[in-house]
Unconditional design. Structure first.
Ligand code: UGA
Length: 432
């Protein structure tokens, strides 16, 4: 089927490439002409495992192309996907101006029936507003349906999540639109759940908030484990093997970050408030997440006493492994705290150093180190802030001999406490 995707961020670009890979013909639209020019030249603006090869392959096959013209995208497509940013506003609510702008643009070039699919994460009732906007601004009486089709991909695993989804949620009351959506997703062989648009929109916020809640639950448990001498990894494993609970998203650490969970939690709290419900459970999830970082920072200052002029190595800057994304990264937050204490940082990340430079430019007390192991050289302590699995495979005996004092703070429980002790490290992790 001929499809267009408006917005070439993580969701839009990965979705476009995957749709093209399963046989659809996709045109990706972005208002940023420079970005489109780079994409047309084969340059991929983000790091996502497997994405570059996938884009190049589908472009070469003639099934994926890029344009900055919404009219061109809408003209040749049976379904138009909206995947533009929905950034947070200072009060936690969602800025829907990009969505509204795209709805007006689509309205301006609608000439025949189209399925308009919202993939961006939006508050409940947004599909109704998009439909109203298109009706108000369309220049012909061309028919259309608006469908909510929330995205569940994780950065770093986006292609896998998209190619093998647990489920596809389609929110619409139009049988015609639902049939088109079934056809689009048929090659993915996933269960398709058709709901009304409001329910589909709520599914996304409910799912992300619940996953964040699981993480905060594990982080709260880590406090109890530290106080009682138990091991949070054993506790969460023992709980998680109950199929009703599940082991995933119960990894205690520095707390959740990224461009989704913090934003979606705030948005869902705000939406609930507007609908007359005080979602205090989710406010507590936020509070636990914030205190988890404070506790870890406290652990560092309690151990090192004075941080001023101390050299601290930091492994990991991204908000999680397998991405170059540093937005709302717990690691960046921790670096800011240690810098405020007067520490000097030597940092390394396999993919995130370029984007981290926006936070800590050259000339600040942050030195970017190209080799992970070399971060430790001369340091008073080393912090593991992101769970890149390769950090677990470093030569920790060699690292120890290169440090001024052998102290490791493992914010992701990546290493084995017994082995680290045997190697002679003073080792502090989370809830163990
Ligand atoms: C999240 C959801 O997992 C996706 O399903 C959703 O589509 C996406 O948001 C979105 O709304 O677009 P993402 O933000 O890419 O995906 O990353 P996650 O893998 O969910 O991790 C989020 C944060 O939680 C990271 O900082 C990670 O380190 C942390 N986390 C995750 C933990 O601290 N413990 C865990 O057990 C799992």
């Amino acid at each position: 089927m001929n499809l267009s995707i408006i917005g070439t961020g993580y969701v839009g670009l990965v979705t476009g490439a995957c749709f093209a890979d399963v046989g659809h013909t996709v045109i990706c639209v972005d208002s940023d002409r420079e970005k489109v020019r780079r994409l047309q030249g084969g340059e991929i603006p983000i790091f996502e495992p497997g994405l570059e090869a996938l884009v190049h392959r589908t472009v070469a096959a003639g099934r994926l192309s890029f344009t900055s013209s919404t009219a061109e995208g809408v003209a040749g497509s049976e379904a138009v996907f909206i995947a533009v940013p929905t950034p947070p506003q200072p009060d936690g609510s969602v800025d829907l101006s990009f969505i509204e702008g795209v709805a007006r643009e689509i309205a301006g070039c609608l000439t025949g029936y189209r399925v308009i699919v919202d993939k961006s994460t939006v508050p409940v009732k947004t599909a109704e507003k998009v439909a109203e906007t298109i009706k108000r601004y369309r220049k012909t009486d061309a028919d259309f349906d608006v469908v909510s089709n929330p995205e569940f991909l994780r950065e770093g695993f986006a292609i896998d999540d998209l190619m093998k989804p647990d489920r596809v949620v389609v929110g619409t009351s139009s049988e015609r639109a639902a049939a088109k959506m079934r056809e689009i997703y048929e090659p993915f062989h996933a269960p398709i759940i058709v709901t009304d648009a409001n329910s589909a929109e709520l599914i996304k916020h409910a799912a992300n908030s619940f996953l964040a809640l699981k993480i905060s639950y594990a982080n709260a448990l880590s406090v109890i484990c530290e106080a009682s001498g138990a091991n949070v990894q054993e506790v969460t494993r023992g709980m998680g093997l109950d199929a009703r609970i599940g082991t995933r998203f119960l990894q205690a650490g520095l707390g959740f970050g990224g461009s989704c969970f913090p934003k979606d939690l705030s948005a869902f709290i705000k939406i609930s408030e507007q609908l007359g419900y005080d979602f205090r459970l989710l406010k507590e999830v936020q509070r636990i997440n914030a205190t988890q970082m404070e506790r870890f920072h406290q652990k560092i200052t309690d151990t090192l006493w004075v941080l001023k002029e101390k050299h601290i190595g930091v492994l990991g800057l991204t908000f999680k492994q397998n991405t170059d994304d540093v937005r709302n990264s717990p690691s960046i937050d921790l670096c800011h705290r240690m810098l405020a204490d007067g520490a000097r940082l030597r940092v390394h990340d396999p993919k995130g150093m370029e984007k981290a430079r926006a936070f800590f430019p050259a000339g600040s007390a942050v030195e970017y180190v190209s080799e992970a192991e070399a971060v430790a050289t001369g340091c008073d302590a080393l912090v593991i802030a992101t769970e890149w699995s390769e950090f677990g495979r470093l030569d920790w005996a060699r690292i120890k001999s290169s440090m001024a004092t052998a102290i490791v703070f493992d914010g992701r429980n990546l290493l084995d406490p017994v082995e680290m002790k045997q190697l002679g490290f003073l080792y502090r992790s989370i809830g163990r």
